[in-house]
Design a protein around this ligand. Sequence first.
Ligand code: ATR
Length: 278
Amino acid sequence: MATGIVDRYGVMGYPVSHSRSPVIHRLFALQTNQNLQYELLQVAPAQLENAVLQFGRTGGKGLNITVPHKSEIVRLVSDMSDRASNAGAVNTLVFRGNEIYGDNTDGVGLMRDLQANIGVQLKDANILILGAGGATRGIVSPLLEAGPEMIVIANRSISKARALAEHFSASGPVVSCRFEDVHSLPIYDLIINATSAGIKGETPPYPTDAIHPHTVCYDLSYGLTPTPFASWAAQNGAARSVMGWGMLVEQAAESFYIWRGVRPETKPVLKQLTVNIA
Ligand code: ATR
């Protein structure tokens, strides 16, 4: 019997008004006949703990956590998945009675976009990651699980790249260098931009030598017009230059599956979101 109570979900971030998550989750709910509501929740860092606890106390079922809270939220969860623990970040919360469970769907979202949507072969691939912040930390483990030949983490500040490479080198072949030390060999199959430079409107001296005619360039950032990295990649002869819209939709689908036990189809939603993109 219908109770009239609608399950509540939402995304917390700061700022969060630009988030496409409400649209994506509403499309998933429509597609799968799930009765739920999904809210946009702007929460400043100082209010994060109160806001999350309050959301759970008032019957909220689950949250997505986005910038800048993904690392900070780790200390508020009662338990978390291995993939969240490896990433040192949580983007999905599930409220279970008094317990808050944390997961991270960003890595699997990227992997599904690269492998299922774009068709990148990651086994034995040479992968260059630009940037050594939280976004990079979240994607190295899932990329290593796919069995690449090598992952090179290049960063403006070498110390951060070195620390990440050391952290992950126990799990697979990961090395670090500065942007200016990236050369044309090995031939990179995939270059991922995980810097936050584009979001800030900055274009760092990305290593042009790294692009080979068969290289796929992938920006974790996305926009309605090409990001600076996406333009740079296209101008410098990449085989494909892709923005992170697919990762956005795929990570949302995984969160939706965790909450509802139903896996939505991502392709029509991705198509609908990107229909107006130049
Ligand atoms: P995120 O969680 O999005 O990864 P972050 O942890 O602040 O954010 O990391 C931002 C990354 O973008 C870092 O690798 C940063 O380089 P530094 O470690 O040298 O600061 C990189 N980044 C940001 N702006 C940049 C710019 N203008 N040029 C080069 N790298 C930049």
